[in-house]
Design a protein around this ligand. Structure first.
Ligand code: ASP
Length: 450
């Protein structure tokens, strides 16, 4: 049995919904359908979730809300008209959206979440009605009825572990459940959303709860690209990767899936596949616990910008007890979090996000490090990009680092830092931001274009 999740662009219009219907019809094991709110139909369009934010702001500022309510309802109505659907659900949707502006403003920490969640909630009602019209045995299923009970953290809810047993009770459903993504209910019965883009999380939770054979996440790309398509022209898609590889790629800017979304599926050992609603016959990208790594040592290349490197060097550093602790203590006391810390015998580099270092903080940090550590050399380099090549197969394969550095050298890219550190699945290169694209292309050609 499969859990299938559709993102906003897959549900933005009648044409998209017809594709969704065909995908669900195509495989009788697709029993749990998780939906986002209608997304953009074109580049300039506005997502329903963003319209709801606008509505919330108007309501909060005591401005007139009728126009924005009409605009939101029209998004659903347009879809229903084009699909020539029975309109019974529409009045329900209009009522639900209008009723948001009856909710109390004072002492209501869940107000914003209630506005946001209505995008997915109403869409699930629409999709269930459409499926039914088309002869499928489908029902709308509210997250509370399904047992998606979350922590009371508005805008950033977390699933409570006890939810899974309740969700499991539904695993043998004969009907197709259409479930709104993005939110759950607190134990007290209030709506709390996950962080933005959180419908992916709902899909993963449901898949873990019902012990699905597969969690299919449908979006508008053929899968996860080997490198960023804005940098490499028509990059290949990754056929299969492990959760660990996905985690490393996601960290360094691969934003196909919500960051936290994989966690529930990962813990429950459920494979996830990323597929394209507009090209469903493409196999997509499969994420599993284990994979055969013999053919491709590197699965992907990712990058992230705006890092700074604090370089500290001191003769005989390795003999000085507590040196590392002192460095980290200073960072902690100044509220700075670091990302990586490659070190040598007499030197240590601390890589952190540049935005944390205002000129004042930078000056205070240098002073403090200087005073406490008395280093021979201390400097901060800004404007670094981190490029990461990722693959579980790299460790067993001789020469991956050599091939990478050779590719960079041939392209006259200056390597500021290399970190093969303790991660088993990635190697990281620190380079100047203005050389990032060139470096990614050079690495792509080395590992994927030979
Ligand atoms: N509609 C929500 C958002 O835009 C959640 C989602 O689409 O996953 O963040």
């Amino acid at each position: 049995m499969k859990v299938i999740k559709f993102g906003g662009s897959s549900l933005a219009s009648a044409v998209q919904l017809q594709k969704v219907l065909n995908i669900v019809k195509d495989d009788a094991s697709r029993k749990f359908v998780v939906v986002s709110a209608p997304g953009k139909r074109s580049g300039e369009d506005i997502k329903v979730t963003d319209l709801l934010i606008n509505y919330y702001e108007k309501y909060l500022n005591n401005e007139a809300t009728q126009k924005i309510v009409d605009k939101i309802v029209a998004r659903y109505e347009d879809i229903m008209n084009e699909l020539e659907m029975n309109k019974a659900v529409l009045s329900d949707i209009r009522h639900a959206i209008t009723a948001l502006s009856q909710l109390p403003k004072e002492n209501n920490p869940h107000l914003f979440d209630a506005f946001l969640a209505s995008g997915e909630n109403n869409n699930a009602k629409l999709v269930a009605a459409y499926f039914k019209d088309q002869g499928l045995a489908a029902v709308y299923k509210n997250p509370q009825d399904l047992g998606i009970i979350v922590s009371d953290e508005p805008g950033n809810a977390r699933i409570l572990p006890s939810s899974y047993d309740k969700i499991a009770e539904f695993k043998n459903t004969e009907e197709i459940f259409v479930i709104p993504g993005f939110f759950g209910y607190t134990e007290a019965g209030d709506i709390c959303t996950f962080s933005r883009g959180g419908s992916d999380i709902t899909g993963s939770i449901v898949a873990a709860g019902v012990q699905a054979d597969l969690y299919e996440n449908f979006t508008d790309v053929d899968g996860i690209f080997v490198a960023h398509p804005g940098i490499v022209r028509q990059p290949k898609t990754i056929k299969a990767l492990t959760y660990r590889e996905m985690r490393e790629l996601a960290y360094a800017g691969f934003a196909v899936l919500h960051d936290e979304a994989l966690m529930p599926a990962y813990k429950a050992h459920i494979p996830v596949v990323i597929k394209n609603t507009n090209n469903p016959s493409h196999p997509g990208t499969l994420i599993t616990t284990k994979r055969d790594t013999s053919s491709e040592p590197v699965v992907g290349i990712a990058s992230d910008q705006n890092f700074a490197n604090i370089y500290i060097s001191k003769y005989l550093m390795n003999r000085e007890l507590g040196f590392g602790r002192k460095v980290l203590q200073i960072l902690e006391e100044m509220g700075l979090s670091y990302e990586h810390m490659p070190s040598g015998i007499d030197d240590i580099s601390i890589i952190l996000r540049e935005r944390q270092l205002s000129p004042e903080i930078e000056e205070a940090l240098i002073q403090k490090l200087d005073q406490v550590l008395k280093p021979d050399e201390l400097r901060i380099t800004r404007g670094l990009s981190m490029i990461m090549i990722v693959g579980e197969g790299m460790r067993q394969r001789i020469g991956v680092t050599a091939d990478s550095t050779m590719a960079l050298a041939e392209n006259e890219i200056n390597l500021e830092m290399i970190n093969q550190g303790s991660s088993e699945v990635s190697i990281m290169f620190g380079i100047r931001k203005d050389q990032e694209k060139q470096a990614i292309r050079a690495l792509y050609n080395t590992f994927f274009n030979k």
